[in-house]
Design a protein around this ligand. Structure first.
Ligand code: PMP
Length: 308
């Protein structure tokens, strides 16, 4: 069994030896930004492709700017750190990549540094549509708003809001939660964006609705425009509309494309995963794994093959 390495500021460290200070602002106050990124193994090419790596790195850097980190590493430095740890772990399966930027040392709440960058990887088994199909409830916890805790930043502290809603949903017997904005409009899931198909039209809440500016959301919107010949409408979505949708699905790096078959015990459409979600998943799966050669710039090859 080979050791699992994590990268701490570029140094490869056995995962069991990777530690941070108990008095760090990252731990005490949640001064911690992170990205969840996926890599997909293409067995025909013997290559692992990281999906839209630079977009994730840019989003991390944007978060560091708003959180006033004293040092914001360049995209090249972050990319090298991510690729080095994947290679050190010699992954030849699908993987999840956890990249974190946090305030270390023994600082107080106003510390802007020192900044540390950590990257860890995990092998992740491929999942079927059945594994990803979810039931949801509309949680009574409101989505955080931009003037208090910007959901646009992938700050670990924001995920206490996600966690409250998710734990409420799980306690009530559902798989997932959907959050509403303070004015009662659909925002997003605990870790995924929401798409709705209603009267044949795909729509999704706007980025001003307390959501993360999701890489997968952007991907799905581009694929709809290219392949279905119609744009996704970004608009405010009422709670009552989602019960009346033909289809709903979550999307995100981890959730990929996850059909939502019921909300609050009300069946969505037929109550089974729908054809639009299946089609979007087929587009997405080809692109992430590189069995579909379009959008080569979205796939960073880990072991040196040319993007396909
Ligand atoms: N919303 C939230 C709250 C999330 O945590 C995530 C996962 N990062 C997403 C949406 C989806 O974002 P992405 O497609 O960039 O993974």
């Amino acid at each position: 069994m080979p050791s699992t390495y994590v990268s701490m500021d570029g140094a490869l460290v056995a995962e069991s030896d990777a530690t941070i200070h108990v008095s760090s602002p990252a731990l005490r106050f949640g001064a911690h930004l992170f990205e969840g990124i996926r890599g997909y193994w293409n067995s025909e090419l013997g290559e692992l492709f990281v999906f839209r790596l630079d977009e994730h790195l840019e989003r991390l850097r944007q978060g560091m700017k708003v959180m006033r980190y004293e040092r914001i590493p360049a995209v090249d430095e972050l990319r090298t750190q991510v690729l080095d740890v994947i290679r050190a772990n010699e992954h030849d399966t699908d993987i999840g990549i956890r990249l974190s930027a946090y305030v270390v040392g023994r600082g107080f709440i106003d510390a802007a540094g020192p900044i540390s960058i950590m990257c860890a990887t995990d092998a992740t088994p491929a999942r079927t549509v059945a594994d990803r199909t979810t039931t949801t409830m509309v949680t009574s916890w409101q989505r955080i708003s931009d003037h208090a805790m910007p959901a646009r930043l992938k700050c670990a502290a924001n995920y206490q809001n996600s966690r409250l809603g998710l734990m409420q949903a799980r306690a009530a017997g559902y798989d997932e939660a959907i959050f509403l904005t303070p004015d009662g409009k659909v925002a997003e899931g605990a870790g995924a964006c929401v798409f709705m198909i209603r009267n044949g039209v795909p729509s999704t809440p706007p980025t001003s609705a307390g959501i993360l500016e999701s890489v997968t959301r952007d991907t799905v919107m581009q694929l709809f425009a290219e392949r279905a010949g119609h744009a996704v409408v970004e608009r405010t979505i009422d709670r009552s509309e989602i019960y009346l949708a033909e289809e709903l699905f979550f999307c995100g790096s981890t959730y990929e494309v996850s059909p939502i078959v019921a909300v609050d015990g009300i069946a969505i459409g037929t109550g089974e995963p729908g054809p639009v979600a299946a089609e979007v998943w087929a587009w997405y799966e080809g692109i992430i794994r590189g069995t579909d050669s379009s959008h080569p710039a979205w796939r960073t090859p880990v072991y040196g093959h040319q993007p396909v």
